[in-house]
Design a protein around this ligand. Structure first.
Ligand code: LHQ
Length: 259
């Protein structure tokens, strides 16, 4: 249910259940989990690009899996979150490399919040974001209640979560929910261009940048200054830092290794 490839330092993971708008069933969760593990374990991978096949990015949980008879016992959704969604969100956020998400079409429910756990979100002009949870009596999950207020403020977060209206990609960009809108026909190329660029950069340092900015949303100022000190110490010991300075002084193009 996914496509996965590695080329020139870029791992591309594409959700591939287009008939169901790439909604998640247990099998797709399993394949995504395996792919993310491979990304983590393969030192050649320096950037991850996450996208979807077909006209949708991801419609969240596959609701066909969830349609229970009126007299059946209520399923434990907490278990599903604990087993599938929270590990996925943590895996993306904790991945020590830049994660680009190319939202190729509608992103609904968990599918709208998965991009928010990535680092750089591009979206096709025709894409849209729907916090669909409220329409079926659920609460935004996959980190949405954490990310949304931080990205767009509490007023807009509440409107999105309580109304479940469709937010266009352009509005998402204007609100600061995502980085950039791209014409539909150019999305894949633009995302790959960005990914390939990042894969030539000091990706160990980029992973530390990601870590520090993510942490800043929870830290007070002094804690964050301490974290900057600690991460700069790590960055300063990297081969890439040495190479960056040497290349600058020699006025040549640096050759970074991601370590
Ligand atoms: C789908 C789905 C779908 C199955 C489209 N499932 N088939 C976590 C833990 C545990 C449980 C519950 O949830 C969660 C987290 C969540 O993600 S909850 C939120 C689940 N997602 C939604 O509520 C979104 C449901 N989908 C929609 O509202 C619409 O499909 C959107 C707005 C995404 C797209 O609308 P359209 O462009 O009009 O497409 P469509 O509705 O015609 O969908 C195309 C096909 O995809 C259709 O199948 P069909 O056989 O009729 O062609 C849909 O049934 C199927 N599909 N989403 N989540």
């Amino acid at each position: 249910h996914i496509l996965f490839s590695v080329e020139a330092g870029v791992a591309t993971l594409s959700l591939n259940r287009p008939e169901q708008l790439n909604s998640f069933n247990a099998a797709m969760h399993g394949e995504v989990r395996e792919a993310l593990k491979r990304v983590r374990q393969n030192p050649e991978v320096r950037v991850l690009l996450l996208t979807g096949e077909g006209r949708g990015f991801c419609a969240g949980q596959d609701l066909a899996d969830r349609n229970v008879a009126p007299d059946a016992e209520a399923p434990d959704l907490g278990e599903s979150i604990e087993k599938f969604y929270n590990p996925l969100i943590r895996a993306l956020r904790d991945l020590p490399l830049p994660v680009i998400c190319a939202v190729n079409g509608v992103a609904a429910g968990a599918g709208a919040n998965i991009p928010l756990a990535c680092d750089l979100v591009l979206a096709a002009r025709s894409a849209s974001f729907i916090q669909a949870f409220c329409k079926i009596g659920l609460v935004p999950d996959s980190g949405g209640t954490w990310s949304l207020p931080r990205l767009v403020g509490l007023a807009r977060a509440k409107a999105l979560a309580l109304l479940g209206e469709r937010l266009t990609a352009e509005q998402a960009e204007q609100w600061g929910l995502i980085y950039r809108v791209v014409d539909d026909a150019e999305l894949r190329d633009e995302a790959l261009k960005l990914a390939r660029h990042l894969a030539t950069q000091p990706t160990y340092g980029l992973a530390l940048i990601k870590r520090s900015l993510n942490a800043s949303l929870n830290n007070d100022f002094d804690t964050q200054l301490d974290l900057e000190r600690d991460l700069q110490r790590l960055a300063g010991r990297s081969e890439d830092y040495r190479e960056g300075v040497a290349a600058f002084m020699a006025k040549r193009t640096p050759s970074f290794k991601g370590r």
